[in-house]
Design a protein around this ligand. Structure first.
Ligand code: SIN
Ligand code: FE2
Length: 210
């Protein structure tokens, strides 16, 4: 069994090495696998180094998980909430991420971390770089589940014109190479009800952290 539907990848216009794959997995299947992770390492709101509470609730699966607290941002092998290892990355999700990356020209992507973000209506994520990983030759593979969202990309200094990408449940965005360190974020979510997730959006981003 595999979850990836072999759709074509669309280059995102104006953003080098970024691709949008529409409707390339079944949201219910990915949601069910995500629930197995959440049952063991629940969603929680982490603190930023400056003491703010992050708008998105997060959890992780994989060998290491991304965490934020007063000491900074980093990857950790232990979930600080449960005191045990993060749940294993479901093999079906690993291969879905790998196949999506391959479709965009990134061969042999082997993610060891998957950050799972959950957004309620009104919540988003401000522009940031994904730069806590050790190997920037590896891409980021980002899956969207549930309510639609407007993702945006802003270039390498976070100051340029922002390119919007409207993401639906079942979509994937892959970026690497020249855009690997581009600033990106998510506009506040519009209210709604999704048949799979209810009144939220869930995003899974696969990374090679170690
Ligand atoms: C992120 O950049 O970590 C999240 C992106 C998204 O929610 O689409
Ligand atoms: Fe990010």
């Amino acid at each position: 069994m595999q979850l990836f539907k072999p759709v074509s990848s669309e280059p995102v216009s104006g953003v080098p090495d970024m691709f949008h794959l529409r409707n390339c997995f079944d949201p219910q299947q990915v949601f069910d696998l995500t629930q197995l992770v959440v049952d063991r390492s629940p969603f929680r709101h982490m603190q930023t180094p400056r003491g703010y509470t992050m708008a998105a609730a997060i959890t992780n699966c994989g060998v290491v998980g991304w965490v934020s607290d007063r000491r900074g941002y980093r990857y950790e092998p232990i979930d600080p909430e449960t005191g045990t290892a993060w749940p294993e990355m479901p093999p079906l999700l690993f291969s879905l991420a790998q196949m999506a990356a391959q479709r965009c020209g990134f061969d042999d992507f082997a993610p060891d971390a998957c950050l799972i973000n959950r957004y309620a209506p009104g919540k988003g994520m401000s522009a940031h770089q994904d730069r806590d990983e050790n190997d920037f030759t590896q891409p980021i593979v980002s899956l969207s589940l549930g309510l639609p969202a407007r993702f945006f990309v802003q270039g390498s200094d976070g100051k340029g014109r922002s390119t919007p990408i409207d993401l639906a449940s079942g979509d994937v965005v892959v970026w690497g190479g020249a855009s690997r360190l581009f600033y990106h974020g998510v506009r506040p979510l519009k209210p709604g009800i999704d048949p799979v997730t209810g009144s939220c959006r869930i995003n899974l981003t696969f990374r090679k952290a170690g």
